[in-house]
Structures are given as structure tokens and as C-alpha cells.
Design a binder for this molecule. Structure first.
Ligand code: ADP
Length: 301
């Protein structure tokens, strides 16, 4: 099969592993820098161009689109979808998952467990916002943040008030969330491929830190997840419309709580912690599912 990997850098671990998995199965992977791909939008003949050349049609497209290039990246992906390539994750699903608040709203609608979360615009509503999520300590998150940057733990009500006020003053979009203390600075990353959890790891924050992101010094280890955690992760990926997703879960006294659903999950941490060939499973999924024009939305929306 002709498979295109949309990635900014061939040398990144996840991209390298996907290239390897394609080659092991006899496919021809092509890596394209999404920001150097450009599009001709004309009636009934969508095209993608790269360095002066018009690209031929592909059977499948693997988007590895960073959060900072969501807008342009999903436009390029949409163009490939319109050309009939099977997207590992659809452009609409990626765009949906990049909006943290919208994602939580969609998950809450279907009864998925979540940390209590509030969102407000006006500083006059801060007091009630804090009460709503159960008071301090609480977590304040920038909606645009990734890799733990822009996630703040406010230990007291006073600290919470001033941080929320400061963010609102800067016109930043934030959400305020109940702090799940019993998670003990750990979370669980479930890697879902085609409706199944194929690998799971526990990420533990470094001492004195509550954020378990590997980019923030967290450490990863193999973990056995509970049936409830498995069901929650699969359900969350399905609600978001993602074939491949990294679902981040906090273990709380009231069961698994979904924090985030990631549409371009990194493969290094999870493959190293579990010893599983996740890249291979992703390509196997594409082999089973890629048929021309097999996007439900055909890039609409
Ligand atoms: P990002 O998308 O930037 O990684 P997250 O929402 O995943 O932001 O938060 C980063 C980390 O902070 C999480 O991996 C988790 O360890 C911790 N964390 C986030 N929200 C909470 C919460 N409500 N309660 C306890 N810990 C949290």
C-alpha cells in the first residue's frame, strides 16, 4: 500500500517506528512535512503539492500533527481524505480532540467519568467557579496547553483566585478542575487502536511534582489496568471518533476519570514501558481498514 505519514521530522521516534512497521509489511511509506505540503482546492479534483510536484493518490494517511499546527495540518489531512486516502484518524476527530473543553463536554454527555470541571469568562464569577468544583486545592489549565505546560495546582483558595484572575486578565482560556489527590501524581496512558487498548502504562510524577508528563520528568512503567479502565478508555476514543488515541486516566476513589484524549499519541514512552510493537499494530489496523474513500465524513465539517 502507498502510505503517507504527515510528520514534521523523519527522525522523531514515532515517525521512525511507523516507517519501520510499514517497510516490514512491504508498504511504501512517504513522509511529508505537513507545513511544506500545499493544496489546490478546485471543484472535483483535490490535489496536494509538495516541492513543486503534484502528489499521486495514497491508500492511507497517518497524521502526526502537532498541537501548534492543528489548523493547517488538519486542512492538509482533509485534502488527502478528499482524494480518497484512508485517514488513521480523521481530520474532524483531530480538530475536535484538540479543544480540551469541547472534548470534556462530549465525554460528559455520554456519561464518561471526568474530574469536575468548570469554565467561566468573567472574573465576577470566580468565587462560584471555585465552589462549583469543590474548592481548593484545585487545578487550573490553559485550554491551549500541552505536555503539562499551563497546568497549575492551586493549593489554597487565595492562590486559586489570584491565578484565575491573572489568566483571565491575560485573556487566556482556562478551565478549573477538581484536584484528584488520591491519584498521587500518577496517571494511566491507555493506547487505543481500533477499539482496543493495546498497551497501557503508568506515568508517575517526579517527587514534589503533581504533573506526570514524561516531558516534565515523569517516569513510565508497565501497569495492569482494570476492566473499568479498559472500558472507559475504549469508550472515550470512540466518542471522540478516533481510531488511534492516547487516553489519559486518573485513578480516583469514584473510579477512572478521563483527563484527556490525545489524537497523536507518542509511541516512545509506551513502547519502551510495555515492550509492545504499537507501531506494528497501527499498520495492521490500516491494512484491515484502508479502502479508498473510507472516511465517514469525507473531510466535511
Ligand atoms: P497536558 O495536556 O498539558 O498534558 P493534562 O491535563 O494532561 O495537561 O495535565 C498534566 C498532568 O497534570 C497530568 O498528566 C496529571 O498528572 C496532572 N493532572 C492534571 N489534571 C489533574 C487533576 N484534575 N487532578 C490531579 N492531577 C492532575
Amino acid at each position: 500500500m502507498r502510505i503517507v505519514i504527515l510528520s514534521r521530522n523523519k527522525k522523531l521516534y514515532s515517525t521512525r517506528r511507523l516507517i519501520e512497521a510499514c517497510e516490514q509489511r512491504g508498504h511504501e511509506p512517504v513522509v511529508l512535512d505537513v507545513l511544506r505540503s500545499y493544496m489546490e482546492v478546485v471543484p472535483s479534483k483535490p490535489e496536494v503539492h509538495f516541492k513543486g510536484k503534484t502528489l499521486d493518490a495514497f491508500d492511507a494517511v497517518i497524521p502526526r500533527i502537532g498541537a501548534s499546527v492543528t489548523f493547517y495540518g488538519t486542512a492538509v489531512l482533509r485534502q488527502f481524505e478528499m482524494m480518497g486516502a484512508f485517514p488513521l484518524n480523521e481530520s474532524v476527530a483531530i480538530a475536535r480532540s484538540r479543544d480540551k473543553l469541547r472534548s470534556l463536554q462530549l465525554l460528559s454527555r455520554k456519561g464518561v467519568g471526568l474530574p469536575n470541571t468548570g469554565f467561566a469568562h468573567d472574573p465576577d464569577d470566580i468565587q462560584d467557579l471555585i465552589t462549583m468544583v469543590g474548592g481548593a486545592p484545585l487545578v487550573i489549565k490553559l485550554l491551549e496547553g500541552t505536555q503539562g505546560i499551563g497546568v497549575v495546582l492551586a493549593e489554597t483558595k487565595k492562590a486559586a483566585e489570584s491565578v484565575i484572575e491573572a489568566f483571565m486578565g491575560l485573556k487566556a482560556n482556562i478551565m478549573v478542575q477538581e484536584y484528584i489527590k488520591e491519584a498521587g501524581g500518577a496517571d494511566i496512558r491507555c493506547l487505543v487502536v481500533g477499539g482496543k487498548v493495546v498497551a497501557a502504562m503508568k506515568r508517575q510524577a517526579s517527587p514534589g511534582e503533581f504533573r506526570s508528563n514524561l516531558h516534565r520528568g515523569g517516569s513510565a512503567s508497565l501497569i495492569k489496568i482494570t476492566p473499568a479502565e479498559r472500558t472507559t478508555a475504549v469508550k472515550a476514543a470512540k466518542i471522540m471518533g478516533l481510531n488511534v488515541a492516547g487516553v489519559d486516566i486518573l485513578r480516583s476513589e469514584r473510579g477512572p476519570l478521563v483527563m484527556e484524549v490525545n489524537s497523536s499519541p507518542g509511541l516512545q514512552g509506551i513502547e519502551e514501558a510495555t515492550g509492545k510493537d504499537v507501531a506494528g499494530m497501527i499498520i495492521d489496523f490500516i491494512e484491515k481498514n484502508a479502502k479508498p474513500h473510507k472516511t465517514r465524513t469525507k473531510g466535511k465539517g
